[in-house]
Design a protein around this ligand. Structure first.
Ligand SMILES: *[C@@H]1O[C@H](CO)[C@@H](O)[C@H](O)[C@H]1NC(C)=O
Ligand SMILES: *[C@@H]1O[C@H](CO)[C@@H](O)[C@H](O)[C@H]1NC(C)=O
Ligand SMILES: *[C@@H]1O[C@H](CO)[C@@H](O)[C@H](O)[C@H]1NC(C)=O
Ligand SMILES: *[C@@H]1O[C@H](CO)[C@@H](O)[C@H](O)[C@H]1NC(C)=O
Ligand SMILES: *[C@@H]1O[C@H](CO)[C@@H](O)[C@H](O)[C@H]1NC(C)=O
Ligand SMILES: CC(=O)N[C@H]1CO[C@H](CO)[C@@H](O)[C@@H]1O
Length: 411
């Protein structure tokens, strides 16, 4: 409902291409003098200037949040759509030479539109990866019950239960009440799932007839939209790129490290009802997530986190007043949640991009500005990322409003 399960892997796929590109940059010994002629060679067939008739289509096809699709939204000067790795390298080197900023667009959520919108006022181009897409490579029950009791028990069960379970909890405003909904996924058969959950999560009241046994690929359809599964939508639907389809949305994130009490959950439920539209999605951690040390990869939110919260609101009204209202409401719920979530820093999930938590203007305080959001997304790994960034991209060519800054006095 609130996220597409396949997206995070696409996101990291994009990041690895960037690294690949970086290393080819470093390998090039002598910088060539500025010359836009680099655009007229092999790139010319995959390059859309902003006066090209196809430019709006190419831009809009992969806009996934309609908030960043207005006449006043900054637009790129060019879009380059690589067909092969060498095109990526040529585009990066050329853009660097002619002083054009880069934005890289691939899969993933990109809630804030950073892959195609730059707030920096500098000219930029979009490296659109949509043609580089070759990949080699249950069960459920919804209940409307006493939401807070269920959430109390869920917090004890979901982060610690058998690794084969993924139990997501949604708190959804629904006609002046809050509906708690559990999305349960088990890598195994229904009998075993029911017997484990009856013991560990009795309030769920799960019975075998609530379960559907299916293949893993079918579960991807079901997790995205149970109704699609019910009407027999086939896995091939995943190949549908759903070009140029987007509603309006806002997302934020939090991490919870201490169980939230029943009283506090009742307050949260009241607040959700009062706001009327913003929902919370609790994604359990623990399991494999907690086994990987916090400093083993850039991603730091490991052992000690019970679950991640996604704040989620979607709307279809294109007026600026509607956006302001829903964004305000999301911020208001986020503010209400302060006592119950991680502190110093208040951690955030990079893939639920949220520009509210800090923005870089790349002036002389770039490092300090970067530390504000960087410490939230990367905790103790931030300083190490700054060192790597400073070593591999000393000119800070690859940057966006929330990229890793370089060390001060680098030049
Ligand atoms: C628009 O750009 C595409 C891709 O480079 C190119 O094939 C096409 O000829 C361009 N159209 C015009 C009218 O220049
Ligand atoms: C909302 O709740 C009220 C009072 O319980 C009920 O009368 C109404 O039918 C409900 N509306 C919807 C859309 O469920
Ligand atoms: C973007 O706006 C244009 C013009 O209003 C519209 O045709 C297009 O469908 C919109 N696309 C998305 C993804 O919002
Ligand atoms: C927006 O409109 C689409 C298409 O009509 C609909 O499926 C979706 O539920 C609507 N979203 C919201 C948040 O109202
Ligand atoms: C949103 O919040 C801002 C700042 O708190 C306030 O000035 C504005 O009136 C609010 N807008 C709406 C639509 O509630
Ligand atoms: C899980 C559950 O249903 N808990 C309680 C919800 O509230 C009713 C009364 O409103 C109780 O009877 C339930 O035990």
């Amino acid at each position: 409902m609130a996220e597409k399960p396949a997206s995070p892997s696409c996101f990291f796929f994009a990041a690895s291409l960037v690294l690949l590109t970086l290393s080819s940059c470093l390998a090039s010994p002598t910088p060539t003098p500025p010359s836009p002629s680099c655009l007229s060679g092999t790139l010319s067939n995959i390059l859309y200037r902003n006066n090209n008739a196809s430019f709006p289509t190419v831009l809009e096809n992969y806009i996934r949040n309609a908030r960043w699709n207005t006449t006043t939204t900054p637009k790129p000067s060019l879009i380059i759509t690589p067909l092969q790795e060498a095109d990526v390298q040529a585009a990066v080197l050329c853009a660097k030479r002619i002083g054009l900023q880069i934005r890289i667009r691939s899969g993933g959520h990109d809630y804030e539109g950073l892959s195609y919108v730059s707030r920096s006022q500098q000219p930029y181009f979009v490296l659109d990866m949509s043609n580089l897409r070759q990949i080699t490579v249950d069960i459920g029950k919804q209940v409307a019950t006493n939401a807070t009791d269920l959430a109390v028990q869920w917090q004890q069960v979901a982060p610690t239960i058998d690794d084969r379970f993924f139990l997501r909890l949604l708190l959804l405003p629904s006609n002046k009440t809050v509906k708690a909904s559990i999305v349960a996924f088990f890598l195994g058969g229904a009998d075993e799932a029911v017997s484990i959950l009856k013991k560990k999560f009795p309030l769920l009241g799960l019975e075998k007839q609530n379960c559907i046994e299916m293949s893993w690929i079918e579960s991807a359809i079901w997790l995205n939209n149970p109704d699609d599964y019910k009407i027999g939508v086939k896995p091939e639907i995943i190949l549908n790129r759903r070009l140029n389809t987007a509603g309006f949305l806002k997302r934020k994130s939090d991490y919870v490290q201490v169980p939230i009490s029943k009283e506090a959950l009742e307050g949260i439920a009241k607040k959700i009802i009062e706001l009327g539209k913003v929902a919370l999605v609790f994604n359990p951690y623990g399991g494999k997530m907690a086994e990987i040390p916090a400093d083993a990869t850039a991603f730091p939110h490991r052992a000690g986190n019970l679950f991640k919260i996604q704040y989620s609101v979607n709307w279809n009204d294109s007026s600026p007043a509607a956006a302001e209202n829903f964004v305000n409401e999301t911020r208001s719920l986020y503010s209400y949640m302060t006592p119950f979530v991680s502190k110093n820093p208040r951690s955030a999930f990079l893939n639920y991009r949220d520009l509210d938590i800090g923005i870089n203007t790349f002036g002389k305080n770039s490092y300090e500005e970067g530390k504000v959001y960087g410490a939230k997304y990367f905790n103790g790994n931030f300083e190490r990322l700054v060192k790597i960034k400073t070593a591999v991209d000393p000119d800070n060519f690859f940057r966006n409003e929330q990229s890793i800054p370089i060390l001060p006095n680098n030049h």
